[in-house]
Design a protein around this ligand. Sequence first.
Ligand code: ADP
Ligand code: MG
Length: 238
Amino acid sequence: MAGLSIERARKRFGDVEVLKGVSIDVADGEFAVIVGPSGCGKSTLLRAVAGLEDLTGGTIRIGARDVTGLGPSERGIAMVFQSYALYPHLSAYDNMAFGLRIAKASKAEIDAAVQRAAEILNIEALLDRKPAALSGGQRQRVAIGRAIVRKPQLFLFDEPLSNLDADLRVRMRYEFAELHRALGTTTLYVTHDQVEAMTLADRIIVLRDGRIEQAGTPRALYERPANLFVAQFIGAPR
Ligand code: ADP
Ligand code: MG
């Protein structure tokens, strides 16, 4: 495991500066949640941490390692997106094993990792099924399983529940909490759902228009919002 440190991250697309000097520290084993309205730069920031987007300025460290210039596969991270594209022709098992096979893990290693992830996610009985034979929630579990088996130092989740219906979203929220209890992996989780943030986060980072408005524990933000925007976004009385 390792913490994450983002220092003065800037990102420009053409004339538009989407990240305007964002600094975030996530402690080793911490579950940090970025919230903010649509278009404020959440996905861009996560993609930059994953190495899928080059920053215009700033530094990203995972543990003691400066990963700013490194490619996605060199960063020791695993990312789960909102649209958790699984390989349709592969079984749940093979979807989860895919990355490990590419990394040339042994058959025994792969089997142990997939079985363990399946156990944590409660999908042991579904491993033979192809994505078309799984429900939305089950598919999302497989996508998370695919991230778990790689034993990353850092999990990145970009609105992983936003494609699920309301009931399932609530249930999966608890499963993320369980997952974190079981593995303790440092996590940066993006959502635009305040309740999800309040439920899951050790620490919430409120992003607005490419800048951090406030960062703190859910309780601190609720009780002492820095401004009206945070108060309204968190739903705190003010
Ligand atoms: P969020 O995830 O918070 O909804 P994004 O990070 O996706 O926000 O986007 C932030 C802003 O950057 C938006 O205005 C979006 O249109 C813009 N943007 C994102 N990706 C690109 C891109 N590849 N090229 C140009 N503009 C982009
Ligand atoms: Mg987004």
